[in-house]
Ligand binder design. Structure first.
Ligand SMILES: CC[C@H](C(=O)O)C(=O)SCCNC(=O)CCNC(=O)[C@H](O)C(C)(C)COP(=O)(O)OP(=O)(O)OC[C@H]1O[C@@H](n2cnc3c(N)ncnc32)[C@H](O)[C@@H]1OP(=O)(O)O
Ligand code: CO
Length: 133
């Protein structure tokens, strides 16, 4: 894993959170993108060589909705940038980690993504991201 690609933060409303984070970080949101397969709307802020990803649920079946209902707003996941997500998934499987998807799936910001179950990482949801080249 090469670096922290982004930190995912679950929020109730991007309409409220985007201006707040823009003031907090002193930088504009560079992209908002819906990912229907995850039932989320995302908003990205570049911070050096990493990003903040704000996530709002767009459907009742959204995992973000479930997280917000259970835990409220806050850090949802840490995403790491990988060179080859297929090889990394294979390595993690061989190390005994539980992956939440069989194959990489399309994420936001032109990425292929997968997730490791938080039960295998001391309570932190870990995402792997590979740039779609
Ligand atoms: C749009 C793409 C974007 C990108 O970067 O490209 C994204 O980042 S999408 C982000 C949203 N998508 C996901 O999170 C997909 C992976 N997540 C899941 O599959 C689920 O959220 C899962 C399996 C982690 C939990 O789902 P489940 O239905 O099992 O929910 P529970 O509330 O029953 O949780 C079980 C257990 O896990 C703990 N939990 C849940 N979410 C998190 C979390 N974000 N961080 C840490 N722990 C989490 C929860 O507290 C339960 O623990 P327990 O001790 O049993 O109470
Ligand atoms: Co993410």
């Amino acid at each position: 894993m090469r670096k922290v690609e982004h930190i995912g933060i679950a929020v109730y409303s991007l309409e409220k959170a985007v201006p707040l984070y823009s003031r907090l970080l002193n930088t504009p949101c560079y992209k908002q993108e819906a990912v229907d397969s995850e039932q989320v709307q995302t908003a990205f802020f570049q911070q050096g060589d990493t990003k903040i990803e704000l996530l709002e649920a767009t459907g009742e079946a959204s995992t973000i909705r479930r997280f917000l209902d259970k835990k409220g707003e806050g850090i949802h996941h840490i995403a790491f940038d990988v060179e080859d997500i297929y090889a990394e998934m294979e390595r993690l499987r061989s190390e005994g980690f539980t992956l939440l998807n069989e194959t990489p799936k399309p994420g936001a910001d032109n990425k292929l993504i997968c997730f490791v179950h938080p039960k295998d990482s001391h309570g932190v949801l870990i995402e792997l991201c590979q740039e779609i080249r």
